[in-house]
Design a protein around this ligand. Structure first.
Ligand SMILES: NC(=O)C1=CN([C@@H]2O[C@H](COP(=O)(O)OP(=O)(O)OC[C@H]3O[C@@H](n4cnc5c(N)ncnc54)[C@H](O)[C@@H]3O)[C@@H](O)[C@H]2O)C=CC1
Ligand SMILES: O=C(O)C1=N[C@H](C(=O)O)C[C@H](O)C1
Length: 278
């Protein structure tokens, strides 16, 4: 039986994990319980989920850890110094409002957020720090900077395509990471992604529009996350690639962000801020 006993004691920042039964939720919980820098103070799941009311450690198949799984977001978030949230857009927007009311740090990994969701996050960030990134790994955040530089160095005769691959359960496309990379490429070209983004291709699409940025998504099996930024020139191609093989890279980044945010004022931050890459 796994031991889900909490390592940390004392006055360490208390973290609440939302989406506790999810792929990222369970990874975060394991790492926080093992951490000597943070404490797990709550676990949230959606109303009606089979884990509600159970001890989290037991629900995860191990020994009891003394943290119940709850759907009472108001009560649980009131205990938090940070909320780490990898769930779904509607849930994340609701958690942002509650986390801001608690004046806690909200670390958001959820992708697929629409402009209206982002506007509500911006409103919440007037009261407390929000740290959000479509990818919390060090490697991808370095790749973002490289993409910006290469796009700036190469002229418009180098076509830019972002290709991503994920597991069969992923619900949004393009991935949050693909959009971060597309935005960086557009910035390198002195433009906004919205002005260069090509819709998904199918049928008689006509030739490629010069200067556009295309996206392709593969879904299958248990692929954790793979991203290529292809710069296709005439007679040569340059490909920047990141391959994730373990979700722990995202969870470690999110925990680092939660700790980094403890002395920050209200506002919107990203992983480049956390990692000192801005
Ligand atoms: N930024 C990053 O580095 C990463 C972002 N993600 C994103 O994180 C999100 C979650 O990914 P996974 O863990 O793979 O998905 P998942 O489907 O395994 O987990 C999501 C969990 O959220 C729960 N949930 C949904 N609504 C809720 C609510 N109202 N209250 C509490 N819990 C709720 C679900 O029941 C589920 O357990 C996705 O948007 C994904 O793209 C995933 C990995 C890395
Ligand atoms: O859903 C996932 O799994 C992932 N989502 C993020 C994204 O949309 O880019 C990050 C990572 O690629 C895994």
């Amino acid at each position: 039986m796994s031991d889900f006993q909490q390592t940390a004691t004392g006055d360490l920042p208390g973290i609440v994990v939302t989406g506790a039964s999810g792929r990222m939720g369970q990874m975060l919980i394991r790492l926080i319980l093992d951490s000597d820098q943070a404490r797990l103070v709550g676990a949230l799941e959606r109303p009606g989920h089979a884990w509600i009311g159970r001890d989290l450690g037991e629900a995860m198949g191990g020994a009891a850890c003394g943290v119940p799984v709850s759907d009472d977001a108001v009560a649980v978030i009131a205990q938090a110094q940070a909320v780490i949230d990898f769930t779904a857009p509607a849930a994340t927007v609701a958690f942002a409002e509650l986390t801001a009311q608690a004046r806690a740090v909200h670390v958001i990994g959820t992708t697929g957020l629409e402009p209206a969701d982002l506007a509500r996050l911006a409103a919440a960030a007037r009261h407390a720090p929000i740290i959000r990134a479509g990818n919390m790994s060090l490697g991808v955040n370095l790749l973002v900077g490289l993409t910006r530089k290469v796009a700036a160095a190469l002229g418009e005769d180098w076509d830019i395509e972002v290709v991503e691959a994920h597991h069969r359960m992923k619900v949004d496309a393009p991935s949050g990471t693909a959009l971060m990379l597309g935005e960086a490429a557009a910035e390198g070209r002195g433009a906004q992604l919205a002005d260069l983004r090509t819709p998904a291709r199918e049928g008689i699409t006509g030739a490629r529009t010069a200067g556009s940025i295309g996206f392709s998504a593969i879904r299958g099996g248990d692929i954790v996350g793979e991203h290529d930024v292809i710069f296709a020139g005439t007679g040569e191609r340059l490909i920047l690639r990141h391959v994730a093989t373990d979700r722990a890279i995202f969870a470690r980044g999110a925990i680092r962000a939660a700790l980094w945010g403890q002395d920050k004022g209200p506002g919107e931050y990203d992983m480049a801020d956390v990692l000192g890459l801005s």
